[in-house]
Design a protein around this ligand. Structure first.
Ligand SMILES: CCCCCCCCCCCCCC(=O)CC(=O)SCCNC(=O)CCNC(=O)[C@H](O)C(C)(C)COP(=O)(O)OP(=O)(O)OC[C@H]1O[C@@H](n2cnc3c(N)ncnc32)[C@H](O)[C@@H]1OP(=O)(O)O
Ligand SMILES: NC(=O)C1=CN([C@@H]2O[C@H](COP(=O)(O)OP(=O)(O)OC[C@H]3O[C@@H](n4cnc5c(N)ncnc54)[C@H](O)[C@@H]3O)[C@@H](O)[C@H]2O)C=CC1
Length: 725
């Protein structure tokens, strides 16, 4: 017996079991139609006298990915989740959830309403609502706390982590884990408990186990959560909801859960985080200005890869490749570096393997000092010093050594990928793979294509990035690509603010209160001030052109702050030297302390240049630094370097610590209002006419003139703008 009409299919199996299968590919999200289907089919199963038990499962080996996120922000119709799940829990016949694939969010809440949960060993479970700016408001906070206790529930709900079936069994979330067909196991099991009372299986009736140090626990967790949330409100609301589970009867706890959800549901933060969810997926559907795109570009198979240069980046890239399961040839010319790299890579692999309970992939890597060793690889990632002549030489050697068709990738952070390609016999095989430090940890990868890169090369790098667990974004070739290019005006404004009267502490505090994990000066100290110094030297910015008679703070016709250069001249390179914008107890230590020397230095510097310090507030710091960065983002869109605002936002959220609850710089701009951004840029540009980065971009003006369309419609305006150029 079978009903295939709705998005929840009903079948009678084994004679007496009503099997309800959610059908909403690809993840069986609980759309209005699915919820209606479940309500109807549960009612049908419970009222059928032949049916003794019920099993709920998902189509195509996937239980349920939760509420349909696309429905949020629309006029949500259809039966609500809470009464639907309550009705399942109240059923007088056993209802068993057969969990394959994922049971996430509303999917797990549905399972928690069932009397038993049987999971396949490969299943993953979790309540990731917090990552969408929400909380599990279909009883998740109330039932999970009762089922597994407050500390474990807090961990799952405030972080949104997914747990494996084995972990879920250990925590008590599922009753059984099987390597066999979970639906068949659940059907057999449901018959074995048919006819029994389900009273003891209704989680909402359980008392919430209270830890003895209840108040201290919540206080500690709340403090930790507030600190790591960096202004995000959902994690805090999650703690409050679990606290309600621990202190209130179920129905009152549910009311509190709903109340907290109501605040989150309509918040700008939830919109921002849900935008990030879809943006992260949208960047995988890349397209190049030539028209080449992801659907039509077939990646080349990559089984064996090489890394050239085993410094900071090369080591991390080697680890990330080995962890993906590839064979890696790691080449380093300096013997001492090679020895150190071997040790460092082994250490990283061993620590990673221990964390994940797997074997380290040490035997996947072979080391060499000779570039000839890469002859048989499918793809090479070069990570030698940031020097065009050296990179060109290495690429020429690679072209001579590698088998035909090998993809040649550079991890340069800012050099011209197309220029490098143009020196090669097969420029179509050259792309940038710009990893972020530490490369085995950071999620972002910029895949940089030039006009000569073949779509196949881009597809291969994008696919490899995905396999490595990276969020890969395809971007065009320009100075600094997307991320570092936008960083330049941000850094520049921060320097100017110091000249005008701010301190590193003030600027950093404003940015950290905004939600960055580190302000610009603490971040610079961490990365090393010498990196930017080297770039500025190469750009011939460091030496003032005295002969021109211009001020020492004007270089190449624009305002320039030599503050960073002056620090480097003193050997203050940041954490590594124990002094930078802050001081550190010793070289390499991480705690940044205010430095009286730096403050006196700023006072003297301003006096020397006739700069009268003024009081600068957080608002100005944010506007100057962030709007200048956003303005460059619009220029990047205008130039076609990024295909859309989502690409920029994903790069900033995953690579530069932009707070996810603010959605990325371009989303943030859309929330602030484009007219306001334009007005403030014009204001600052008038005050600082010698700063080209403050000149509002034409695209921004165009968007404002087009009544500031919502962000999902910017691409239309960009396309029109570009076609008129
Ligand atoms: C006025 C005030 C009113 C206040 C009261 C408000 C009451 C509201 C009641 C709502 C109560 C509900 C509470 C609740 O429990 C909420 C939720 O359940 S939120 C959803 C939680 N679930 C998730 O976060 C899971 C998200 N999905 C994933 O993590 C992954 O997709 C998954 C692991 C499931 C699969 O990964 P993978 O195989 O890698 O596939 P993709 O990620 O690429 O996804 C494929 C495709 O599917 C889309 N998609 C995935 N999940 C969902 C979803 N839940 N809803 C909609 N669409 C989803 C995804 O976007 C991909 O499609 P693209 O087109 O590529 O974007
Ligand atoms: N350090 C960072 O945070 C980031 C750096 N990058 C880029 O990655 C590249 C490497 O940077 P780092 O790892 O920081 O440099 P590094 O200075 O730590 O390491 C470079 C390594 O390359 C080796 N090397 C030099 N010439 C070689 C050759 N011909 N063959 C083999 N090995 C050779 C050196 O001995 C050294 O071990 C640069 O292009 C840099 O701009 C990109 C993203 C972030």
């Amino acid at each position: 017996m079978c009903d295939k009409g709705s998005m929840a299919q009903y079948t009678r199996v084994s004679g007496f079991v009503g099997l309800i299968t959610l059908q909403n590919p690809p993840v069986n999200a609980l759309s209005a139609a699915v919820r209606q289907g479940i309500v109807d089919m549960v009612e049908r199963a419970l009222s059928d006298p032949i049916v003794k038990s019920v099993v709920i499962c998902g189509q195509n080996g996937n239980f349920c990915g939760g509420a349909d996120i696309k429905e949020f922000g629309t006029n949500m119709s259809g039966p609500p989740l809470v009464p639907m799940i309550d009705a399942i829990e109240a059923a007088n016949k056993p209802v068993v959830a057969a969990i394959e694939g994922s049971a996430l969010g509303g999917g797990l809440e549905l399972a928690l309403g069932c009397h038993y949960r049987i999971a396949h060993s490969k299943a993953r479970l979790g309540l990731p609502e917090v990552t969408l700016g929400l909380l599990p408001a279909a009883g998740g906070t109330q039932r999970l706390s009762r089922l597994i206790g407050v500390p474990a529930a807090l961990n799952l709900i405030t972080t949104g982590i997914h747990v494996t079936a084995a972990q879920a069994l250990q925590l008590g979330i599922v009753d059984q884990v099987t390597d066999h067909n979970a639906v068949e196991v659940a059907v057999t099991f449901s018959l074995s408990v048919a006819g029994q009372s389900m009273d003891a299986r209704r989680i909402s009736t359980y008392p919430c186990p209270l830890p003895s140090d209840f108040d201290a626990l919540f206080e500690g967790v709340m403090q930790k959560v507030r600190q790591s949330a960096r202004g995000a409100i959902a994690p805090v609301a999650c703690v409050q909801a679990v606290r309600a589970a621990a202190t209130l009867p179920y129905t009152k706890g549910m009311e509190r859960e709903q109340e907290l959800m109501a605040t989150l549901f309509t918040s700008g933060q939830a919109r921002a985080q849900q935008y990030c969810f879809f943006a992260q997926r949208a960047v995988g559907r890349w397209r190049m200005p030539s028209g080449a795109r992801w659907e039509t570009s077939k990646p080349m198979p990559v089984h064996k890869a090489a890394v050239i240069g085993l410094g900071t980046m090369g080591r991390g890239i080697t680890v990330a490749l080995a962890q993906t399961g590839l064979s890696v040839v790691a080449v380093e010319t300096q013997e001492k570096q090679l020895m150190e790299a071997k040790q460092a890579v082994s250490g990283m692999l061993e620590r990673g393997a221990k964390r994940h309970g797997v074997a380290p992939m040490l035997d996947r890597i072979s080391y060499s000092q000779n570039i000839q060793a890469v002859a048989e690889v499918d793809l090479v990632i070069e990570a030698v010093f940031e020097d065009m002549a050296l990179k060109t030489e290495v690429f020429q050697q690679l072209s001579a050594v590698c088998k035909p068709g090998t993809l040649l990738c550079t991890n340069t952070s800012a050099l011209d990928v197309d220029k490098l390609a143009s020196e090669m016999p097969n420029p179509e095989l050259v792309v940038g793979m710009h990893f972020f430090a530490p490369a085995h940890v950071m999620k972002l990868l910029e895949v940089v294509y030039g006009p000569r890169s073949s779509p196949q090369a881009v597809a291969t790098a994008m696919q490899l990035g995905k396999k490595m667990g990276k969020v890969s974004v395809a971007v065009g070739n320009c100075r600094g690509f997307v991320g570092n290019r936008m960083l330049m005006p941000y850094l520049q404004q921060a320097f100017f603010l110091l000249e005008e009267g701010a301190t590193p502490e003030l600027v950093d505090r404003a940015l950290e209160e905004f939600g960055f994990p580190m302000g610009v000066f603490r971040m610079s100290d961490l990365s090393g001030l010498d990196i930017g110094w080297r770039v500025r030297k190469r750009d011939e910015l460091v030496e003032p052109d005295m002969a021109s008679g211009q001020s020492a703070r004007i270089r190449q016709g624009s305002r320039y702050s030599p503050l960073g250069d002056l620090l480097c001249e003193q050997g203050r390179f940041g954490q590594k030297t124990g002094q930078g914008w802050y001081r550190y107890d010793k070289p390499g230590s991480r705690v940044a302390r205010s430095d009286p020397w730096l403050h006196s230095f700023l006072v003297e510097y301003r006096a020397r240049h006739g700069l009268v310090p003024r009081s600068i507030d957080h608002q100005e710091v944010l506007e100057r630094c962030l709007y200048a960065l956003i303005n460059e983002g619009f220029r990047i869109l205008e130039d076609g370097i990024a295909a859309g605002p989502e690409d920029i936002d994903v790069i900033y959220v995953f690579g530069y610590g932009w707070p996810r609850h603010r959605g990325g710089p371009m989303f943030y701009a859309s929330m602030v209002g484009l007219a306001k951004i334009l007005e403030r840029l014009e204001h600052y540009q008038q005050a600082h006419p010698d700063v080209p980065y403050l000149q509002p971009s034409s695209l921004l003006r165009r968007l404002v003139a087009s009544d500031s369309p919502p962000i999902h419609r910017w691409r239309e305006v960009i396309k029109k703008y570009q076609s008129q150029l």
